[in-house]
Design a protein around this ligand. Structure first.
Ligand SMILES: NC(=O)c1ccc[n+]([C@@H]2O[C@H](COP(=O)([O-])OP(=O)(O)OC[C@H]3O[C@@H](n4cnc5c(N)ncnc54)[C@H](O)[C@@H]3O)[C@@H](O)[C@H]2O)c1
Ligand SMILES: O=C(O)C(=O)C[C@@H](O)[C@H](O)[C@H](O)COP(=O)(O)O
Ligand SMILES: [Zn+2]
Length: 366
């Protein structure tokens, strides 16, 4: 097992990474203050892992709240089911909320923990690659609004993150690829050598090689922890973790939550950010194509939805949380391995990016 740390003073917490951690109660116990525990999961993950996690929590009074599965349920109505479960079981302020599932469960359970009786303890047990490399770390919690992704939420850090890499053995290939989008993101924004490593190991990752997966997860979590340590509430460098997300969130919102997976939208959105960075003269055509090729090898889409017009993108992007005083700030690549957040770009270059022929770019790499 490896242990990394998110360093936030009194609110610091460990990220434990290893195979079989669901069966290690000693990793959970130090982070549970009271007698009550509420496991939040969904109808897909619970049949797979709830019993094992419950066994590790046998020393406590445990309830489970099983939510419907999917991005389409990351909303007020589903959040209310968590409060219903906690109140019906008379959970008090010393309860600990445990999120067992992917990023949807983690974001909602975390938001519920932030709100319930004004804040209770919270542990992340992520079971998708995406949630293990990204959403379980850093304390962004929340739900979607029909007009925009993650528009209602709170920064609320977990007390611990427990990553059992063996849970990935049951993850559908499409979901594994979606997680790789956020893994590739770290290489692009802050770790160029990691991109080279990913080019060498992408096939092993897709084949669920545990050694490669553990390396990818720990490098990703380490990169994210450094960014979160430096800028917990996204007043600066944390926004670089949003590479591809301004375009990607527009895709998710426009297409209907769940139609494109978050990781798929981030992949296509990052290709748009690569294209714009190239049009600005910051990266070369070869570097842009290197990124596109890696997404393709990871099994990810690199062409935005045909039906989305420039106007559609602009309408959704205007609601992005990085907009300040009406100016849209974008995360772009100054070079491979270095991201910048900027509102200083010619409008025509954004327009040309939105109107670019991504089908032709994809074929070039195929
Ligand atoms: N808070 C953050 O910092 C942050 C970061 C990235 C993404 N997110 C959010 O995370 C969400 C996406 O997360 P996700 O990709 O994990 O999607 P998800 O939570 O919808 O999980 C994907 C699918 O895999 C299933 N699943 C989960 N674990 C499984 C397992 N071990 N075996 C089989 N099936 C399993 C789920 O039931 C679901 O059907 C989005 O809402 C996104 O906005 C948040
Ligand atoms: O942790 C962060 O910061 C991120 O931006 C990580 C993203 O991968 C993630 O999708 C996040 O939920 C996006 O946040 P948002 O504030 O743009 O909704
Ligand atoms: Zn993301």
């Amino acid at each position: 097992m490896q242990t990394l740390k998110v360093d936030l003073g009194e609110r610091s917490y460990p990220i434990h990474i290893g195979e079989g951690l669901l069966d290690q109660p000693e990793l959970l116990a130090p982070h549970i203050a009271g007698r009550q525990v509420a496991i939040i999961s969904n109808e897909t993950v619970a049949p797979l892992y709830l019993e094992r996690l419950s066994r590790s929590l046998a020393a406590y009074s445990v309830i489970s709240v099983i939510l419907p599965d999917g991005e389409a349920f990351k909303n007020w109505e589903t959040l209310q089911l968590i409060f219903d479960g906690l109140l019906t079981a008379r959970h008090d302020r010393r309860t600990t909320v445990v999120a067992l599932g992917g990023g949807v469960i983690g974001d909602m359970a975390g938001f519920a923990a932030a709100c319930y009786q004004r804040g209770v303890d919270f542990i992340q047990v992520p079971t998708t690659l995406l949630s293990q490399v990204d959403s379980s770390v850093g304390g962004k919690t929340g739900i979607n609004h029909p007009l925009g992704k993650n528009m209602v939420g709170a920064f609320y850090q977990p007390n611990a993150v427990l990553i059992d890499t063996a849970t990935l053995n049951t993850l559908p290939p499409r979901e594994l690829s979606a997680g790789l989008a956020e893994v590739i993101k770290y290489g692009l924004i802050c770790d160029e050598p990691f991109l080279t490593w990913l080019e060498e190991h992408v096939d092993a990752l897709r084949n669920l090689d545990q050694v490669a997966l553990t390396e990818a997860i720990s490098r990703s979590c380490a990169a994210k922890a450094l960014v979160v340590n430096a800028d917990e509430r996204e007043s600066g460098v944390r926004a670089t973790l949003n590479l591809g997300h301004t375009f990607g969130h527009a895709i998710e919102t426009h297409m209907g939550y769940g139609v494109w997976l978050h990781g798929e939208a981030v992949a296509a959105g990052t290709v748009m950010a690569l294209e714009m960075s190239q049009r600005l003269g910051w990266i070369s055509v070869q570097e842009r194509d290197r990124g596109i090729r890696l997404f393709q090898r990871a099994g990810l889409p690199v062409i935005p939805p045909e039906e989305m017009t420039e106007a559609d993108f602009l309408e959704h992007m205007a609601i992005d949380k990085k907009v300040i005083d009406g100016r849209l700030r974008l995360v772009l690549l100054r070079r491979m391995g270095e991201a910048v957040v900027t509102d200083d770009y010619p409008k025509e270059i954004l327009q040309a990016t939105l109107g670019a022929d991504y089908r032709a770019l994809a074929q070039l790499k195929g």
